[in-house]
Design a protein around this ligand. Structure first.
Ligand code: ZN
Length: 312
């Protein structure tokens, strides 16, 4: 944990670039306020997610922004499972999806059809359905929220969702430079002991002040800088407590076991008819490009193992 004290002076001759070998996420709070936040920088995670997908630049931007938003939103939760942001449209963009688990293991993919290169990301998604799914391990069913398509960016859509559905004032800023995506989120905590001792109007002014500072400067900040320097460039006079970093990484949750559960859901009859047509069943994971292939004997085994009896 470290402090960015307001008296600290950054020596411009000695700009500290961050260690670029890992993607990072930092939580932080503005001292003596009810504002908390987190900052994330994703480069390798996105590179790995798209290495088997030949994405046009606009889709890469849309996916990168959604993955940054996903990490930022996930880090505001006590996550023990996964948070998924998913956009489906009837237009050329069929599916845009990002997922983050409690260890900041992330994956994402895009499906589209037809010419799409000329569309800016918000035009690709604005006629679609934007769904947030929170899948906690101890919950019986996943929580799903629908993000209204009100806003001109993924950030704005999520800000409006958080205010309307969760009653939490939230702001997100997301940018990229040379396909390094970074962003940060701040939230005004709804319950805080400070509210009893500090004038609520003063807190409102602090919120508006930090939002204005970020609005004016974040798009000019280079993602190659250290998080502490980035925050100090945006908020030169504020005292920020920066917590230790975490490290987002590409991770895919697909597995033989999940695929076999899926085959059981498809059903024995359907599986047998695919085997009849294609002599095997191949399931492809769009997130990591893994192929799971099942022969007739292996499919039989899947259904026998789960207690199904095969009638001849
Ligand atoms: Zn996979």
């Amino acid at each position: 944990m470290g402090y960015l004290a307001c008296a600290q002076n950054k020596n411009d001759q000695n700009i500290n670039f961050m260690d670029n070998s890992k993607d990072t996420l930092h939580r932080f709070i503005f001292e003596n306020t009810d504002i908390r936040g987190n900052y994330v920088r994703l480069n390798h995670t996105i590179e790995e997610a798209i290495q088997h997908q030949a994405l046009p630049q606009n889709l890469l931007t849309a996916l990168g922004e959604l993955m940054v938003a996903n990490a930022l939103m996930a880090s505001t939760l006590k996550l023990d499972g996964s948070l998924t942001l998913q956009i489906q449209t009837n237009g050329p963009l069929k599916l845009l999806i990002a997922e983050c688990n409690e260890n900041l293991g992330m994956r994402g993919t895009v499906k589209w059809s037809g010419p799409i290169e000329s569309l800016v990301p918000i035009d690709l998604i604005k006629e679609g359905h934007f769904i947030i799914t929170l899948n906690q391990k101890n919950a019986k069913t996943p929580y799903q929220g629908i993000v209204p398509m009100e806003g001109n960016s993924i950030s704005e859509l999520l800000e409006n969702y958080m205010l309307r559905s969760e009653q939490i004032q939230t702001k997100l800023w997301i940018h990229s430079q040379d396909n390094i995506f970074h962003g940060f989120l701040i939230q005004k905590l709804p319950f805080n002991s400070l509210a009893e001792v500090v004038d609520p109007n003063a807190m409102k002014n602090v919120w508006e002040h930090v939002v204005a500072l970020a609005d004016n400067s974040f798009e000019f900040i280079r993602p190659s800088l250290k998080t502490s320097d980035i925050l100090q460039d945006i908020f030169p006079l504020e005292t920020i407590r920066l917590y230790d970093s975490s490290f987002p990484e590409f991770a895919c949750s697909c597995s033989k076991k999940n695929v076999e559960n899926m085959l059981r859901l498809i059903g024995k009859k359907e599986c047998e008819s695919i085997i009849e047509e294609q002599s095997s069943i191949t399931i492809h994971c769009d997130f990591c490009n893994e192929c799971y292939k099942y022969s007739e004997d292996e499919v039989d085994f899947v259904f026998n193992e789960s207690g199904y009896s095969i009638k001849h």
